[in-house]
Design a protein. Structure first.
Ligand code: PGA
Length: 255
């Protein structure tokens, strides 16, 4: 049985004060929840203050990106070691905004995933098709290709450190959520692919989150699907009440 995992991707939002308030509010509202793994991913510059606000809470910290080199002349980049130093457990890798707005390639993403795991971080590895790819009937091939390339060369042990987030690009920040059936269809395909690459036991252990306009109103129906193991939440994770509500709903589907 996979424990649900819900992570909030704050993207480039909040200031220091609102970030700390949001984290402190979540820590308070979610202190009783132990059947869901929870993380928030603030901008790099607020990791430390948010870590302080989350100390002694059951909410883990994640970053939104990382660079694959350990140190050196990479102006503006942040290493895995630096994230570890700032209390991160997780790191989002290959988010569609980084793929499509910052030009990240599958090869870069693969290298980041491998480096993150070796450094002791747990990657949240994002995949998802564009609207035109869905309309052209290419969803499964596009997503399968991203999964294969992202996990390329990772043995079983490393693969088990990964959470995959299926985020159809047309559903991100648009208010258009994939139907639970559309999401389940892709999640099932990803799990089958994991069984092909590794084996059935590995496929059954790796968590696959859904992301793309997930909100309190659609959490229960998404989480009810057999291959949806959690959510990667953007907009709704910026409101403590909404994000806490989603996590409590996911916890109830466990009981
Ligand atoms: P959204 O973003 O929930 O605002 O659609 C999800 C994500 O980009 O991770």
């Amino acid at each position: 049985m996979r424990k649900p995992f819900i992570a909030g991707n704050w993207k480039m939002n909040n200031n220091c004060q609102t970030a700390v308030e949001l984290a402190a509010g979540l820590a308070l509202q979610l202190k009783e929840v132990d059947s869901v793994d929870i993380a928030v991913c603030p901008p790099f510059v607020y990791l430390q203050p948010v870590a302080n606000a989350l100390s002694f809470s059951n909410i883990a910290l994640g970053a939104q990106n990382v660079y694959a080199e350990p140190n050196g002349a990479f102006t503006g980049e942040i290493s895995c070691e630096m994230l570890r130093d700032n209390c991160c457990t997780y790191v989002i890798i290959g988010h569609s905004e980084r793929r499509h707005k910052m030009g990240e390639t599958d090869e870069m993403i693969n290298k980041k995933i491998a480096t993150a795991i070796v450094s002791g971080l747990l990657p949240i590895f994002c995949v998802g098709e564009l609207l035109e790819q869905r309309k052209a009937g290419k969803t499964q091939t596009v997503v399968a290709d991203q999964v294969r390339k992202g996990l390329d060369g990772l043995g079983v042990e490393k693969a088990l450190a990964v959470t995959i987030a299926y985020e159809p690009v047309w559903a991100i920040g648009t208010g258009k959520t994939a139907t639970p059936e559309q999401a389940q269809q892709v999640h099932k395909m990803i799990r089958q692919l994991l069984a092909d690459i590794y084996d059935q036991s590995v496929a059954q252990q790796i968590r696959i989150q859904y992301g793309g306009s997930a909100k309190p109103a659609n959490t229960a129906e998404l989480m009810a699907k057999p291959d949806i193991d959690g959510l990667l939440v953007g907009g709704a994770s910026l409101k403590a009440d909404d994000f806490a509500d989603m996590i409590k709903t996911a916890a109830e589907t466990q009981n």
